[in-house]
Design a protein around this ligand. Sequence first.
Ligand code: SF4
Length: 238
Amino acid sequence: MACTDSLHPQVGVIFATVSAVPVEHVDELQAYAQAVSGCTRCRLAQGRTQVVFGAGNPHADLMFVGEAPGFHEDKQGLPFVGQAGKLLEKLLAQIGLARSDVYIANVLKCRPPGNRDPQPDEIEACESHLFRQIELIEPTVVATLGNFATKLLSGRPLGITKVHGQEQETTLGGRKVLLFPLYHPAAALYTPTMLKILESDFARLPELLGRSVEPIVEAQPELTLVGSRPPAEQLGLF
Ligand code: SF4
């Protein structure tokens, strides 16, 4: 397995950006993406151009989870390709990383009509796709972007304004990970104060990536979340 280290220019420490994911997991991830491309589990299948499974480095230590594809993502089949994606790339560059160093996915894989909020039953239908991605990618840090991803993966109802920048250890995919809630770049685009907070929280990522996390908690055939999963309720952006 190729392993790339990055030198973080601000803190001057070397931290690994990729993990020792078994090669068969990469094949499985590709096969799973292929399978999900035909998913019709929820109503969003009807209006999509294509499933936006996720993109990036399948060995990434750092995984981002956003909300759902928007107009451009739906057309191109890639997550975070619009203005929010540009901001995400800029934020990554500020900590010495590129998009190719990380993996980016969303809670929902298909675009809600008119970019409306995800509905509870849609999240419930789609969540196993995200959990399987996490299981196969084996990130050490999962940065949730906005309320939907944060509430789903933390298992707690607290909104992003309360929990942003506060890492918490949890178990995803049978492994311990650091969950790190961040404001959604789309929300920060037009709100300077929120952007400053996002930049400040983002700057902590190198430190979190440098922390040692126990690689395997226990062998589990299926991914399980520690704690109760929140009801798939309407979560709201903030
Ligand atoms: S949003 Fe998820 S569950 Fe719904 S059709 Fe798309 S991939 Fe399937």
